[in-house]
Design a protein around this ligand. Sequence first.
Ligand SMILES: O=C(CO)COP(=O)(O)O
Length: 302
Amino acid sequence: MEMVATSCPHFSGLRRSCPAVHNAPSHSFAQLRLSSSRKPCRPVVAMAASGKFFVGGNWKCNGTKDSITKLVADLNSAKLESDVDVVVSPPFVYLDMVSSSLTDRIEVSAQNSWIGKGGAFTGEISVEQLKDIGCKWVILGHSERRHIIGEDDQFIGKKAAYALNEGLGVIACIGELLEEREAGKTFDVCFQQVKAFADVVPSWDNVVIAYEPVWAIGTGKVATPQQAQEVHVAVRDWLKKNISEEVASKTRIIYGGSVNGSNCGELAKQEDIDGFLVGGASLKGPEFATIVNSVTAKKVAA
Ligand SMILES: O=C(CO)COP(=O)(O)O
């Protein structure tokens, strides 16, 4: 047996299922143990720190002081696996309240931010203000902002560049409409949206990509694990070809769209699903904790 670093000789990408071995478990991020004949590839190392499972709860425009106080109490008492980055994203008006009452174990994200320094921009929230109240992340490019509010790639890109330059992490959302999927354009749409981020981000260190097919958001129609995995692999391959192998390997690609406590385990087992962005089910503390803890299914699958 020989130890080799980083990639599989049977496949151009990093950390993919090896097509040379049917049903082979996935490659890990860092190292693979290969037989000297270079046939079956087997992972021997668990996910690297850079690939830590990431679960975000996007509370959208939901909640009241009372319901959010209860949700925070449930989250504070939940047992969460330690090897998961956990983030929740309350509506702006409750952000400070959540940030100051939530356990340090969970970080807080905004659902939007302005494209530049704050000032005379009525109704907007600046990155400086978000940092001031302890916010570490911002969700950008969410389909509800793209398709309901009308934000385009260029505008979203400006927000991402500014937030990253100022030290916020960005949860960069991409995903196709149903008609785009049906027209066979899923990859084209996702690549174009990733490219818009890629064109402007100063570094990928603080970027998590969230693949959220629009037809699966809030509909109860979750993508199958295979559908999600297929897009995640394609996006990772795009990063490899257009940015670098390192960025492709390290960047977390999480899935969102009707994730719940029942379907998270099967999705988590997919090699290129590095976590979730959860809407409706993140409003229930115990169910959100189940989704966070689906990292155990991933570890078993590896
Ligand atoms: O939009 C989402 C997360 O950002 C997903 O929402 P649902 O989980 O409610 O489908």
